[in-house]
Design a protein around this ligand. Structure first.
Ligand code: ISE
Length: 346
C-alpha cells in the first residue's frame, strides 16, 4: 500500500511526520493511538497489530485509517513504519524490542521492558552491541507535571537534603487471585523507577512488609509495604494497595532537611457541598497520567530523549525481582546491580 507521507530519513528525531506502528491495541495501545492521532504533533499511526484483529481494526479506524498488519514482524520491518510502539503483553516485549533493534528502528516499549532480569539483560546487551540507544521505556511518571515539579524543587535546593519519600499507590480493584508478586512487578515498579529517577541514585536494599490481606483480594497479599533504601541512605516507602475500592490514587511526600514537598492527586478543583469537601478520583491511571502520557509521546516523537532508557528498564526489573524475593522470604534483600554500561552513563 502507498502512503501520502514521505519516509522519515532522519529517524525518530528528524523533522518529518513519524509513521508509528503499534503492537498491541489493548487499553494502553488504544490510548497511545488516540494521543498520537489527536494530541501529539509530528506523528501519525501508520500501522497496528493485535492478536485480536477486530480490536486492531477498531483502533486503526479511529487513527485515520492506519494499516492493520496480521504479523507483528512484518509491521516492524515495513518500510512505511518509522518507529514502533510496543503495548502488547509483558512477556512479548523482549522479542519485539529485539526485532526493532535488528530493523534499526526506534521503539517505545511499555513498562516493564521485560518482566524478567534475563530478558532485560538480553535487551541491554543487544543495544550495547548496536552502540546506540533505540529503546525508550514507558515509565510515564517521569513526564508528569507533579513529579517533574517535585524533582525541580529538590534539585534547586528548596527543601535541602532528602531524607525520606512516602509513596501511596492505590487501584480500585484487581483480578481476584492476582499473584502477590504482580503488585510489585506491575504496579509498584513505577515507584521503584520514580525513586531512582528522583534521587538520581540506585536502590541498594529492599524489604517488603505484609499486613493482614484485604478479603477483596481473593488470596492475594494486598496491600504491601515496600521499604527501599538508596545509595545515599534515603528511605522510600511504598504502600501498594490494588483493591482499595474507592478509586485510583497516586501521591507522595518528600521529607527533607529543610522542608517537605507533597505531590497530591489532581485535579486542582474540588467540591464543597452538603457538608463535604470532595475531589473526584479517576477509575484508573489513564486520566490521572493523561498529560504525562502525552508529554512522554511528544518527547519520543521529537527525539528529545528524556525518557527511561534500557538501563532504567533493566534496573527497575532488577529491583522488582529483589522485592519479590524479599516478599517471599520476609527478609531484607540487598540489590547488587552490575556496573552501568558506558552507553547509559550520564
Ligand atoms: C498499571 O499496569 C499501570 O501501569 C499503572 O500506571 C499503575 O498505576 C497500575 O497500578 C498498574 O496496574
Amino acid at each position: 500500500m502507498t502512503t501520502m507521507l514521505e519516509p522519515d530519513q532522519a529517524g525518530i528525531g528528524g523533522t518529518t511526520v513519524k509513521r508509528i506502528g503499534i503492537i498491541g491495541t489493548g487499553i494502553m495501545g488504544a490510548d497511545h493511538a488516540r494521543l498520537l492521532t489527536g494530541a501529539v504533533s509530528g506523528a501519525c499511526v501508520a500501522g497496528v497489530f493485535d492478536l485480536d484483529a477486530e480490536r486492531a481494526g477498531g483502533v486503526a479506524a479511529n487513527s485515520g485509517g492506519a494499516r492493520v498488519f496480521t504479523d507483528p514482524y512484518m509491521l516492524i520491518n515495513d518500510d512505511g513504519i518509522d518507529a514502533v510502539l510496543i503495548a502488547s503483553s509483558d512477556a512479548t516485549h523482549e522479542q519485539f524490542v529485539l526485532a526493532c533493534f535488528a530493523a534499526g528502528k526506534a521503539v517505545l516499549c511499555e513498562k516493564p521492558l521485560s518482566p524478567t532480569v534475563e530478558g532485560c539483560t538480553r535487551i541491554l546487551e543487544a543495544e550495547v552491541a548496536a552502540g546506540r540507544r533505540l529503546v525508550t521505556v514507558g515509565f510515564m511518571r517521569r513526564f508528569d507535571p507533579g513529579y517533574t515539579d517535585l524533582k525541580a524543587l529538590l534539585k534547586e535546593g528548596a527543601v535541602g537534603t532528602p531524607l525520606m519519600l512516602h509513596n501511596v499507590h492505590r487501584n480500585p480493584a484487581a483480578v481476584p487471585g492476582l499473584p502477590s508478586s504482580a503488585l510489585i512487578t506491575n504496579s509498584a515498579v513505577h515507584e521503584l523507577d520514580i525513586t531512582r529517577w528522583l534521587f538520581d541514585e540506585e536502590i541498594t536494599e529492599v524489604t517488603v512488609h505484609t499486613p493482614r490481606a484485604t478479603a477483596e483480594g481473593g488470596g492475594t497479599q494486598d496491600p504491601q509495604l515496600l521499604i527501599l533504601r538508596t545509595e545515599s541512605g534515603v528511605l522510600s516507602d511504598v504502600e501498594i494497595f490494588v483493591n482499595a475500592r474507592y478509586g485510583y490514587e497516586v501521591r507522595c511526600e518528600l521529607v527533607a532537611e529543610a522542608g517537605t514537598v507533597t505531590l497530591d492527586a489532581p485535579p486542582p478543583t474540588s467540591l464543597r457541598a452538603r457538608g463535604l469537601h470532595a475531589r473526584e478520583l479517576p477509575a484508573d491511571w489513564r486520566p490521572r497520567f493523561a498529560e504525562a502520557y502525552r508529554r512522554e509521546l511528544q518527547d519520543w516523537i521529537d527525539g528529545t530523549d528524556r525518557g527511561a532508557t534500557a538501563w532504567d528498564g533493566f534496573a527497575a526489573t532488577f529491583v522488582a525481582a529483589a522485592c519479590v524475593a524479599a516478599l517471599e522470604s520476609g527478609e531484607r534483600h540487598s540489590v547488587n546491580l552490575p556496573e552501568v554500561p558506558a552507553l547509559y552513563r550520564r
